[in-house]
Write a protein that binds this ligand. Structure first.
Ligand code: ATP
Ligand code: LTN
Length: 322
């Protein structure tokens, strides 16, 4: 199995979009690292108490998925090499290439009070990845451009200073790489969306899930068909249901074609409830054992340090700091 690195921000409760687009594709492999990227979440305004709580619940979720056993789970700020390499890459990255990042454009758009961190954030992400010599970065579609920037940075560094970094590639699933908001199927489902009805949380119970799916924005007409352009709302629900049930989009569309949106949504809600319940129960169980969370995070930190320290040493020697 290829070595992988991926990260998730502790900016709120984890959504079904995070699970389908990213977490589901994180494999517990001994060479792989999965990170709660807490320093990334400082790039947008935050509340200290909320951040502390979110770091813990996000870590608990990754551990509940079993990623702390087969692979390594850790918190970014526990390994200071990330910030140190980020400064070096800040001095090698270019204003022009960062200005082209669509996430910066969309999150900073129209805001007067944008942090410098939001602009340079992709270079912190590049540091996360490059410290671990990984080949693959399993992410949702929205992160593809950042992984490509990471590749460019690695290639530029290697050609100037010698072969230090492994050049990683994004791994993006064909289906479910961009789960859409339930309120606006033209926008991605996002954990920091203030509208609770736009997103399904992995902590949602049966009633909340059913209500959100039954009130999801669907399209005009009544035929259930997969057509992301003409029927983005229905197509989003079909993709979600297909991934979580293992049944093909075509088979689901065929079954519900003439049954109307109500019956279709009830079917989707049932599938989502059945998929989310075991995850929620595992996280709840683990949150009752904070010592176990700390133990696994400390193990992850130590494993991360064993890779990150020598890698940063190699970088410093290559660029002339040592
Ligand atoms: P925020 O709202 O704070 O930007 P987010 O919900 O976009 O958060 P991140 O922590 O930025 O989540 O992303 C974690 C992982 O989840 C990334 O790999 C990202 O590509 C993936 N992801 C996020 N939203 C979706 C989505 N709607 N569909 C598929 N994948 C997603
Ligand atoms: N930028 C990503 C989170 C992230 C990440 C990473 C993903 C930070 N560092 C390294 C993969 C690899 C996001 O906002 N989803």
């Amino acid at each position: 199995m290829a070595k992988a690195f991926s990260g998730i921000q502790p900016t709120g409760e984890i959504t079904l979009g995070n699970y389908i687009g990213a977490l589901r594709n994180w494999q517990p492999d001994p060479g792989s690292f999965y990170c709660v990227v807490d320093m990334h979440s400082l790039s947008q305004p935050w509340e200290p108490a909320e951040l502390r709580e979110n770091i813990r619940s996000t870590a608990a979720l990754l551990l509940a998925l079993g990623l702390g056993e087969g692979s390594h789970v850790f918190v970014q700020s526990h390994v200071p090499e990330h910030a140190e390499l980020a400064w070096i890459l800040n001095c090698l990255g270019r204003m022009g290439e960062l200005s082209r990042m669509t996430q910066f454009k969309s999150k900073g758009r129209g805001k007067v009070d944008v942090s410098v961190g939001l602009f340079t954030y992709p270079l912190l992400m590049a540091s996360d990845i490059l410290l671990y010599r990984v080949e693959e970065v399993p992410v949702g579609e929205d992160q593809k451009q950042h992984v490509e920037l990471t590749r460019d940075m690695a290639e530029r560094f290697n050609s100037r200073f010698g072969p230090v970094f492994t050049v990683p590639a994004p791994r993006i699933a064909k289906l479910g790489a961009r789960v859409m908001s339930l309120r606006n199927p033209l926008e991605k489902m996002s954990k920091s969306d203030p509208d609770p009805n736009s997103k399904i949380l992995l902590s949602d119970g049966e009633d909340a899930i059913s209500k959100k799916i039954m009130t999801a924005v669907t399209d005009s007409g009544r035929e259930v068909a997969y057509d992301p352009k003409e029927k983005p709302g229905v197509s989003n629900l079909l993709e979600i249901a297909s991934i979580l049930s293992g049944e093909s989009v075509a088979a689901l569309a065929e079954r519900y074609r003439d049954q109307g949106y109500g019956a279709f949504k009830r079917g989707v809600a049932e599938i989502v409830v059945a998929a989310v319940r075991p995850l929620r129960e595992k996280v709840e169980g683990l949150l009752e054992d904070p010592a176990e969370i700390d133990r696994q995070l400390e193990q992850g930190r130590a494993a991360a340090e064993r890779e990150a320290k020598p890698m940063l040493g190699q970088v410093k020697r290559a660029i002339g700091l040592v």
